[in-house]
Design a protein. Structure first.
Length: 244
C-alpha cells in the first residue's frame, strides 16, 4: 500500500472501524480522517491511530457541499500529495414512507449520499490521474441499494445510484490502474440501526445475527491492497446471506 488513504465519515461506525483496521494492518499508511460535525469523535479516533504508530490527520467538511469539499480536499492534496486510496463511506438516512416523505428528507439524503460521490471523488480522481497513482477507490452502498427497503425510497435510491456510478467509474479508470469497487453492507451493528426491531430483523438473515463493522472493514482493507489489483467494478455484499 501507498500513503494517504482518505476515509469519509470516519468519526464513528463503519468508517471509524475501517480507519482503525487499515491503520492496524498497514504501518506505512497515513490515515486521513473525515468528519462533518463530530470533530470530538474524530479526535478520539485520531488518538487511537496515533497509538498504533500511524500518521493521521483530520479533514472537516460537508460532503454535500461541492465547493467546500473541493476547497478542503484540494488544499490537503496540495500540502500532502494525491491520495492513494479513498473510502467513500459518509452517508445519512432520513427514513419515511414515500407518500409523506418531505422534500428535505429526499434532498438531504440524495445530496449527501450520491452527491457526495461526485463532490469528493471529482477532485481526488483528477489528482490521482495527474500523479499517475494506481490507486484504490471503495464506495459504500447498502443492501437497501440492492433490494430496496420500506421507508427508505430516498436512501435506496442514493445507494443504488452509488452502485451504478461505481461501475461506470471503474470502466473509465481501469486503464490507469485505479480500481473502483463497492461494498454493500447488510444490517451492521452500529449506531445507524438504533430503533429497529433487531430480533425481528435477525429472522430475515440466514446467519441469524447482525454483521460487525470489523467484518466490513476487513473487506475494505483487502480491496485497498496490492492483492486486489485485478478486482474492479465489483459490488461485494456483506450481509449474512440476505437476498442473494
Amino acid at each position: 500500500m501507498g500513503k494517504n488513504i482518505l476515509i469519509t465519515g470516519s468519526s464513528r461506525g463503519i468508517g471509524r472501524e475501517t480507519a482503525l483496521y487499515i491503520a492496524k494492518n498497514n504501518s506505512d499508511v497515513e490515515i486521513v480522517l473525515h468528519c462533518n460535525k463530530n470533530i470530538s469523535k474524530a479526535e478520539e479516533v485520531k488518538k487511537e491511530i496515533e497509538l498504533l504508530g500511524n500518521s493521521v490527520r483530520i479533514l472537516q467538511f460537508d460532503v454535500s457541499d461541492r465547493k467546500q469539499s473541493h476547497d478542503v480536499l484540494s488544499k490537503d492534496m496540495e500540502q500532502h500529495g494525491a491520495y492513494y486510496g479513498v473510502v467513500l463511506n459518509a452517508g445519512i438516512a432520513r427514513d419515511n414512507v414515500f407518500p409523506v416523505m418531505e422534500d428535505e428528507e429526499w434532498d438531504n439524503v440524495l445530496n449527501t449520499n450520491l452527491g457526495g460521490f461526485y463532490n469528493v471523488l471529482k477532485p481526488v480522481v483528477m489528482s490521482m490521474i495527474e500523479n499517475r497513482i494506481r490507486g484504490r477507490i471503495v464506495t459504500m452502498s447498502s443492501i437497501s441499494g440492492q433490494a430496496g427497503n420500506r421507508g427508505q425510497v430516498n436512501y435506496s435510491a442514493s445507494k443504488a445510484g452509488i452502485i451504478g456510478a461505481t461501475k461506470a467509474l471503474s470502466l473509465e479508470l481501469a486503464k490507469r490502474g485505479i480500481t473502483v469497487n463497492c461494498v454493500a453492507p447488510g444490517v451492521i451493528d452500529t449506531e445507524m440501526i438504533e430503533g429497529i426491531p433487531v430480533d425481528e430483523v435477525k429472522k430475515m438473515i440466514p446467519m441469524r445475527r447482525l454483521g460487525t463493522a470489523k467484518e466490513v472493514a476487513s473487506l475494505v482493507n483487502y480491496l485497498m491492497g496490492e492483492d486486489a489489483s485485478y478486482i474492479t467494478g465489483q459490488v461485494i455484499a456483506v450481509n449474512g446471506g440476505m437476498y442473494r
